[in-house]
Write a protein that binds this ligand. Structure first.
Ligand code: SF4
Ligand code: SF4
Length: 393
């Protein structure tokens, strides 16, 4: 057998992949996952690592919807790659996390709404993020120059003296509304594709999936000691940095929500004191959103080259940098809110937040939503009778 330079797979295996792809109308990446799952389903050594393996053992074959479901159930912890006796250089060349990652990123674009934006983000994520940040920042800074407020007398943190409240609500409300709609349509398409007629959502299943999402359960490697990052050693750092990022984001969101309640329900106008609930929540969230993405970027830069899909790294890094810029510009605005530079700090922060909102449905943020949907499906599925009885649920 002649090995292929591109994939290190023997040419006979490549021919089989092409036949499988044609038979199930699978893409080459999906066909590779199908090939690996067929091997894993016979081996089952990794059964206790994560939900992917018990979900896999409920199936004897893998159609496109199964592959999309299992790819989004995978947390890319790397445990099954480091444990696998058939990993490269074995001729089976089993690298399940990498194959899953390639399909996963394809699903973000396949289910995205509008699809053209999903595809554009997939191929040009860094350029898009950079262009949106710079474009919005230049636009807002020019607006400040035009109204003569680029540098101004200190305004005691009164943002609305620079950009009126109703203008900010209109701008950010419409962009955030669009992002929520796009995410909702995307996850609904994904859910419909995975759906099975016998499956019914129940309160215990929702509670279990929520618990697993909030704890990032499967980033513990299945044994509680964590993921593999650069080598065979386990570490919980990725889980910790994910938690800081996730809860930092939620605290920032809570801060904005409380400020909205203050404004519309109680009639309390910004600026709020440093000790007020919105500012405290925003500061704590900003710190989490600073430390978490710095850690994730550091891990991304030194990750084992065979983990995940190297072609996605610009997209991953684009999102991490955008989160970092959001927290950095937000904290800079907090520090400089009583100075003459407040308006320009605000303009830059608003530009970054606008770019973040616009790209939320198409990249790494979407993976959190799709993964949550996959975890819910697993929580439902495991409560249904297993007609095969071949694995340990
Ligand atoms: S990843 Fe390797 S060791 Fe684990 S179940 Fe699959 S074939 Fe077996
Ligand atoms: S990489 Fe981790 S989460 Fe993904 S299939 Fe392997 S063990 Fe499961």
């Amino acid at each position: 057998m002649t090995p292929s330079a591109a994939t290190n797979l023997p040419t006979t295996s490549l021919t089989m992949l092409a036949q499988t792809a044609a038979q199930w109308s699978l893409t080459p990446n999906e066909a590779e996952v199908e090939r690996l799952l067929t091997i894993c389903n016979a081996c089952r050594y990794c059964e206790g690592y994560c939900a992917v393996f018990p979900a896999m053992t409920r199936r004897l074959s893998f159609a496109q919807a199964d592959i999309h479901y299992l790819a989004n159930l995978c947390h890319n912890c790397g445990a099954c790659f480091h444990a696998c006796q058939y990993a490269p250089p074995h001729e089976f060349a089993v690298n399940l996390p990498q194959a899953m990652a390639r399909v996963r990123v394809q699903t973000y674009a396949d289910y995205a709404w509008p699809r053209a934006l999903g595809a554009a983000y997939r191929h040009h994520a860094l350029t898009l993020v950079f262009a949106l940040c710079v474009g919005f920042a230049v636009f807002l800074l020019l607006a400040l120059l035009r109204q003569g407020t680029f540098i101004h007398a200190p305004l005691a943190g009164n943002f609305y003296a620079v950009f009126p409240h109703h203008l900010l609500v209109l701008l950010f409300g419409s962009v955030f509304g669009f992002s929520l709609l796009a995410l909702a349509i995307g996850v609904r398409r994904f859910w419909k594709a995975m759906a099975s007629p016998q499956a019914h959502t129940s309160a215990p299943a929702v509670a279990e999936a929520t618990h697993d999402v909030l704890r990032l359960k499967y980033l513990d490697g299945g044994h509680g000691e964590g993921c593999n990052e650069t080598d065979d050693a386990f570490t919980l750092v990725r889980r910790r940095f994910h938690h800081l990022t996730f809860y930092g984001f939620l605290l920032c969101f809570a801060s904005t929500s409380v400020a909205t309640l203050y404004h519309y329900v109680f009639g309390w106008q910004a600026p709020y004191a440093l000790s007020s609930v919105p500012v405290v929540l925003g500061t704590l969230g900003g710190i989490g959103l600073l430390i978490g993405p710095i850690g994730l970027l550091w891990l991304n830069l030194r990750r084992h080259p065979q983990h995940g899909d190297a072609t996605q790294r610009p997209m991953d890094r684009g999102f991490i940098v955008l989160l970092l810029l959001t927290s950095m510009t937000g904290l800079a605005l907090l520090i400089g809110r009583d100075t003459a530079a407040m308006a320009s700090l605000l303009a830059v922060h608003l530009a970054v937040v606008m770019a973040l909102f616009l790209t939320l449905p198409y990249g790494k943020f979407a993976h959190g939503i799709y993964r949550s949907a996959a975890l819910l499906k697993w929580a439902i599925e495991k409560r249904m009778p297993n007609r095969l009885q071949l694995g340990t649920d």
